[in-house]
Design a protein around this ligand. Structure first.
Ligand code: SAM
Ligand code: SF4
Length: 346
């Protein structure tokens, strides 16, 4: 994507969308539709989270207008996330509205990242509205560990949700955060399970976002270590598949499936970053790992036409930083960014 952006500049703005100061073309928007969730995963939230007051939230109509403004500026892919996107009231209204951009061809892909707890109920409608793939977060297949990691979650509805999604024809990718002492011994079994069901598995390093009760040092499991362990059991063949995102993929010869590694701490992936994030209050975050943001709610509400909004987006993209500064190396260290992952979405 960096190349695409630089080529676009060299070609005199053949790419008419958003190009950041480092030549990266911004074509991917992640939208956190709510900061609320029916789980309290230990690495993501504090148990007694304070959520945003409901009156601060953008309405679904406003979120739609915001997304449409980004699509008009060249965004081709939108991922709805949260918090838990499927607990936002009337979320199907937004998905249906956005699906019009899929039908017109303006948007290539509309996807979700979900904890799967509500997926049984929503999967058929998601598929009918043109959603083709979903990422479901599952950190363990052990019901007791699942309850311990998510604090409030149960494994069986999530597994039922995954089955319903697959039955509805959705491609499911499993995301698992690698957690020291919690699921590290289970990763080979999760890999076999995901691949046996035709699902990719992506492992994620825990990122220092927001205050939580446990010390991140106790959770952090470098994926270089996980990969070395897996390589004793499986043949991992590097494959060049890139999504413009942080994941690096291998093909597992024994299972034939794909395994992704998201390693923000051990490897920096920022040079190919093609994405920005908006929160449910209309804050635009140009980088997951930096605090700089732009308020889009004010220009959105100031006028019914998009001139001010469009200018605010351009100004913010002009400030997209080169990369993040995530590091977990000291006990008791403050998080790299103060906000929780649930505010900006994963
Ligand atoms: N609730 C949905 C879910 O869990 O999939 C969507 C939002 S959640 C914030 C998105 C992803 O971020 C999940 O895969 C979750 O495991 C991951 N995540 C949350 N906090 C994280 C952290 N501090 N470090 C790394 N990944 C995190
Ligand atoms: Fe909720 Fe997802 Fe965060 Fe877990 S990771 S608490 S499911 S937002």
């Amino acid at each position: 994507m960096l190349r695409e952006g630089l080529d676009a500049r060299a070609a005199g703005a053949k790419f008419w969308g958003m190009i950041d100061p480092f030549g990266r073309a911004i074509s991917y928007l992640r939208v956190s539709v709510t900061d609320r969730c029916d789980f309290r995963c230990v690495y993501c939230m504090a148990e007694d989270m304070t959520f945003l007051p409901k009156q601060d939230l953008l309405s679904l109509e406003e979120l739609y207008r915001l997304c449409s403004a980004f699509i008009a500026k060249g965004v081709r892919k939108i991922r709805l996330t949260g918090g838990e996107p499927l607990v936002r009231k009337n979320i199907l209204w937004l998905i249906e509205a956005l699906s019009r951009h899929l039908k017109s061809g303006a948007l290539e892909e509309l996807t979700l990242t979900t904890n799967g707890s509500q997926l049984s109920r929503f999967a058929p409608q998601l598929a009918a509205l043109g959603v083709r793939r979903v990422n479901v977060s599952v950190d363990t297949l052990d019901p007791d560990k699942f309850a311990a990691i998510t604090r409030w979650g149960k494994l069986s509805p999530v597994l039922e949700g995954i089955a319903a999604a697959r039955a509805a024809g959705l491609h499911v990718k499993i995301n698992a955060v690698a957690l020291k002492g919690a699921n590290e011994d289970e990763i080979p079994a999760m890999l076999r399970w995901a691949h046996a069901h035709g699902m990719d598995l992506t492992l994620i390093e825990t990122m220092p976002m927001g205050a939580i009760e446990p010390d991140r040092m106790d959770q952090y499991l470098p994926l270089a270590h996980v990969r070395a362990q897996l390589a004793r059991e499986f043949t991992l063949e590097d494959i060049p598949d890139r999504t413009g995102g942080p994941a690096r993929y291998v093909r597992v010869r024994e299972t034939g499936g794909r395994l992704g590694f998201i390693t923000p701490l051990t490897h920096n992936f920022c040079e190919s970053c093609n994405r920005v994030r908006i929160t449910c209050t209309g804050m635009l975050y140009m980088c997951l790992g930096q605090d700089d943001s732009a308020d889009l709610r004010a220009p959105l509400r100031a006028s019914p036409d998009d001139t001010l909004l469009s200018a605010a987006i351009d100004e913010a993209i002009g400030r997209k930083p080169k990369g993040h500064d995530f590091v977990i190396e000291r006990r008791g260290a403050r998080p790299a960014v103060a906000r929780h992952m649930s505010l900006t979405g994963g």
